[in-house]
Write a protein that binds this ligand. Sequence first.
Ligand SMILES: Cc1cc2nc3c(=O)[nH]c(=O)nc-3n(C[C@H](O)[C@H](O)[C@H](O)COP(=O)(O)OP(=O)(O)OC[C@H]3O[C@@H](n4cnc5c(N)ncnc54)[C@H](O)[C@@H]3O)c2cc1C
Length: 250
Amino acid sequence: MEIIREPRVTLIARPEFIEPPHLPVRWQGEATPGERLAEYAGRLCYMSQSNPAGRTTAEYLQNILRQGHGSVFEHAVYVLLIEGISRSCSHELVRHRAGFGYSQLSQRYVDESAAAFVMPPAIQGDPALEAAWTEQVRAAQAAYVAAVDGLMAKYAGVENRIHRRKLAREAARSVLPNATEVKIVVSGNVRAWRTMLELRLAEGAELEIRRMAAACLRVLRQEAPALFADFELYRAADGSEAGRVGYHKV
Ligand SMILES: Cc1cc2nc3c(=O)[nH]c(=O)nc-3n(C[C@H](O)[C@H](O)[C@H](O)COP(=O)(O)OP(=O)(O)OC[C@H]3O[C@@H](n4cnc5c(N)ncnc54)[C@H](O)[C@@H]3O)c2cc1C
């Protein structure tokens, strides 16, 4: 049985900015396509393509954040593959609606007999809790396998093999724990990512989604530093990682 102790976050798509030759911007400094796209959208609002203040993209975007003109961040969409999170964590994640799209592993179609399980951060490092948790999860997985077998026998008369398996798995999954690993593709525009990160990095957020949010922030900040430059990761008093944002919900 595979036990997962931290999430894995991979960037799988980024914006491609195509500058219109008839309406170019006088850029200053280096920038990534997503950052350029946001600046381009912001400058269009005021037709300030000549960049009268001579700002770099990073300076321009910081000013957008300061003004709370967050709608220009909606054009830049980044897509992350998130693996190694629990079903309870993904359930919290998908509550974030505005500006997000999700595609999550289906427990109806996918055989979970060999599923991995995500150990909650609070349990990690405590040998007694880890042992008890591992046993509980192992028992749940065995119950799932037994339920699938029983249901496959019950539905033996269903001719379509794919449909038969789906009928069995969709019922048997009810005994899987919240700790079952899911994989999910998450597309989000920068305004949406910022709002989710602000909420889920805060000390009030549950530990696993906080850890996932920190992993997402690291990937996004490496990809587009100016769009996430005001986020700060720090150690909370209890030793866990948390984060705060300089510009609240733009
Ligand atoms: C610490 C913490 C504890 C939580 N505990 C619980 C809990 O006990 N039970 C529970 O059910 N949920 C809980 N949640 C989830 C929470 O209620 C939200 O569903 C989740 O944080 C998504 O936030 P959001 O709606 O602001 O995000 P999004 O859906 O991404 O929306 C972003 C923003 O868009 C605007 N918006 C989106 N949809 C609408 C709309 N329909 N109408 C008007 N404005 C809209 C709002 O300004 C919103 O903040 C918790 C969240 C956190 C961070």
